[in-house]
Design a protein around this ligand. Structure first.
Ligand SMILES: Nc1ncnc2c1ncn2[C@@H]1O[C@H](COP(=O)(O)OP(=O)(O)OP(=O)(O)O)[C@@H](O)[C@H]1O
Ligand SMILES: [Zn+2]
Length: 682
């Protein structure tokens, strides 16, 4: 037995008034991308801690200052006199030359006693004295004297450098400047890269007052409301923001306060980011995008600075939109965070955001949109009036919405006349905008792979199968394994068909895919928005069908039921501990949507009672599964035979093989999320 693409009722938190579906913390979206401006591909840049830039800046500055000072000092102290060779000879004869240093024809040296500067020597005699001790002179090439002997006679120290190493002041300077040049080059490179990365430079170059990344022109945010489908109510809610950003005066003239912060809440892939971008696109304003997690991944102290830069930059080009993704990573309630070992960086960054938003007087024309899939864990400070005081819930699309989203994502794709997007949308309950975008792309890929120039209904069907069940794995299964898998899957399928109210079986397969040896897929007839006890028991019984079949037919249990049991346990625990479906426990919530049962005040005795109830519920369902299989052994065998022959059965084939009439959808069930496909684990 099994279901669509959603894990268990545990799966995605769905923003639905009936909180039957609000469950475990959803997975966090992938770690953040660096703060970027619109139009820049987010990938391909490691976060370069701006802190390094700062450090290098100061090192560089220090170095330049030191270097400058020493050079100046050198120039000041080196009163090197350029004297004539004749004058030099005279000093040699007087025995006053203490040391000489010869480089080719040029001779530098020092006198033992200061001598009077001769006329015409440079520098001009400075003030009184007019003496020199250090000198440089040029030995004429025609000089015939025995200079060396005379110097030796006068006890002068003689040094020499080969002519090839001769270099003047300029090359000397260049050589000592080389490291500086390299550093400057490195720095410029960093800066460029940072600009490419779309704004990283802002914090990094703060020290040098470097230019910060500018958002790209509003025209470049090409997404608008036409690209967002199936969430019209939500679009209407942001329409006001669009209007404000377009004509701020219209509002400010009347002293109207427009929201400064809007929280977009919804599960992964529901289109929050898309909606934020489309809002900027509609309003034709610059779009600044940042991910909260990347604020705090940075070197300590940088998060708050980045927030300051982000807001400063947005104010400069206002009207503008700032989008902060995954706000819950820094905006989690502080009490909760502390118990998890909260960190200062997170808190500082959060405080900076709050400070910036408090600083708005409503005339800046900057609107902050923040996305989260856990609005319930956010710190109250964030949602206070004047901050993110407006909350917009983005729900997964319903059937009509899915059809519209599919239409958006097949725009410009050549669809064959046999493609019915309405039909596709009906077989994809529970899928989000991101899932549907992926499905449309997979179908196009398949069509291309098959060398077609159109996408056919078959491509959509196969793409859906791949998306829901995983890709087929090329392995040769021993016959005995195939048979065991066939019984297992047929067990799921048969119980799904027999249980009133359960989701109809769509597909059974004994072709290995991913980690599964076989898969049974069932999806609800309609979108479900809540579930009743009977349906949930049916889900448990169906999920136990594989294991019950192995037990009934072979008398042994294999490891193949691992994920089935995971599904079973999750549903049973929630029925008892969250949804108040056990008489013994009563309408008490033992497992809070956020946090741990013990923290929620559950006593050990209560937890034990819950465990016992869960156990009793599952045992009961397992007994029923085995009973149903025993009573319908002929149908079970018939499905197995068909599976062994065809490997994959679709809905009609499966019901036909079992000789069961396809039930009409149960009207009293108003929908529930579907679960992961029942399968046999490898
Ligand atoms: N309502 C929609 N209409 C059209 N396309 C959609 C819609 N919702 C999602 N998509 C598609 O899915 C992609 C991913 O959506 P998006 O990144 O906006 O989701 P999200 O809610 O921000 O998810 P997450 O929380 O994982 O960041 C979009 O780029 C778009 O292609
Ligand atoms: Zn199974």
């Amino acid at each position: 037995m099994a279901h669509t693409n959603e894990p268990t009722p545990e799966g995605r938190p769905v923003s639905n008034p009936r909180d039957a579906r609000r469950t475990e913390p959803p997975e966090q979206p992938p770690a953040g991308q660096p703060w970027r401006t619109e139009g820049v591909p987010p990938q391909g840049r490691e976060p370069e801690p701006p802190g390094w830039g700062r450090v290098i800046t100061w090192l560089l500055l220090g170095w330049v200052v030191l270097f400058g000072l020493t050079t100046l000092q050198d120039v000041a102290s080196s009163q090197v006199a350029t004297i004539s060779y004749t004058e030099f000879r005279q000093q040699v004869e007087e025995g006053n030359v203490e040391e000489v240093f010869s480089r080719g024809q040029s001779i530098e040296g020092r006198l033992a006693e200061p001598a009077e500067l001769p006329e015409g020597a440079s520098p001009a005699p400075a003030g009184d004295g007019g003496t020199y001790t250090q000198f440089v002179t040029e030995r004429p090439t025609f000089a015939q004297d025995d200079l060396l002997a005379e110097l030796e006679a006068s006890d002068a120290v003689v040094r020499a450098t080969p002519i090839t190493q001769e270099r003047g002041i300029l090359p000397n300077l260049l050589i000592s400047l080389l490291p500086l040049a390299l550093l400057v080059g490195f720095y410029v490179w960093l800066f460029r890269r940072a600009r490419k990365a779309g704004g990283m430079g802002a914090g990094m170059l703060g020290g040098l007052g470097g230019k910060k990344a500018k958002p790209v022109d509003p025209e470049k945010v090409r997404v608008n409301f036409d690209d967002v489908a199936g969430i019209d109510e939500v679009e209407a809610e942001v329409a006001e923001i669009v209007d404000f950003l377009k004509n701020p005066e219209k509002y400010t003239r009347l002293g109207a306060k427009v929201p400064r912060g809007v929280l977009l809440e919804g599960g992964p892939g529901t289109g929050k980011t898309l909606l934020a971008r489309a809002t900027a696109g509609e309003a034709e304003v610059p779009f600044f995008s940042a991910s909260a997690s990347e604020f705090i991944e940075m070197i300590v102290g940088v998060g708050a600075q980045r927030v300051r830069d982000l807001f400063a930059e947005a104010r400069k080009v206002a009207p503008a939109i700032i989008f902060i993704d995954e706000i819950d990573t820094i905006g989690r309630s502080r009490s909760g965070a502390r118990s998890m070992g909260g960190n200062d960086e997170r808190e500082q960054t959060l405080n900076q955001i709050l400070t910036e938003m408090d600083g708005f007087d409503g005339t800046e024309g900057v609107v902050v949109l923040a996305a989260t899939n856990r609005a319930d864990v956010l710190d109250d400070a964030l949602t206070r009036p004047g901050r993110f005081d407006r909350k917009i819930t983005v729900s997964p699309p319903d059937q009509a919405g899915r059809e519209q989203i599919l239409a958006v994502h097949t725009r410009g794709k050549p669809l064959a006349p046999d493609v019915d997007l309405g039909a596709v949308s009906r077989s994809t309950p529970g899928m989000t905008g991101a899932d549907l975008a992926n499905l449309a792309n997979e179908a196009a890929l398949l069509a291309a792979k098959r060398g077609q120039d159109q996408i056919f209904a078959k491509d959509f069907a196969d793409a859906l199968e791949k998306v829901q069940l995983g890709s087929e794995r090329a392995v040769v299964m021993p016959e005995e394994e195939r048979l065991r898998t066939a019984y297992h899957e047929a067990g799921h399928a048969l119980l799904g068909m027999l249980r009133p109210g359960a989701d109809p079986v769509r597909k059974i397969s004994i072709i290995p895919r991913g980690r599964a040896l076989g898969v049974t897929l069932s999806t609800p007839e309609t979108d479900r928005y809540g579930y009743d006890v009977d349906y949930l028991r049916g889900r448990i019984i169906g999920a136990l069908g594989g294991m019950a079949a192995e037990q009934e037919i072979f008398g042994v249990i294999t490891t193949g039921a691992e994920s089935d049991l995971q599904t079973v346990t999750a549903i049973a625990r929630q029925m008892v501990g969250r949804w108040g479906m056990s008489e013994k426990i009563g309408p008490v919530q033992v497992y809070p949507s956020d946090g741990d049962a013990r923290q929620n005040g559950a006593s050990e005795a209560l937890l034990e009672a819950v465990d016992a109830e869960v156990r009793a519920l599952v045992d009961d369902c397992y007994a029923e599964a085995r009973r149903l299989l025993r009573e319908n052994r002929d149908k079970h065998e018939a499905i197995v035979a068909a599976l062994m022959e065809h490997e994959t059965l679709d809905e009609a084939d499966a019901y036909a093989a079992a000789g069961i009439e396809r039930r009409p959808a149960d009207p009293h069930l108003v929908g529930a999320p579907a679960g992961s496909p029942g399968h046999r684990d490898a």
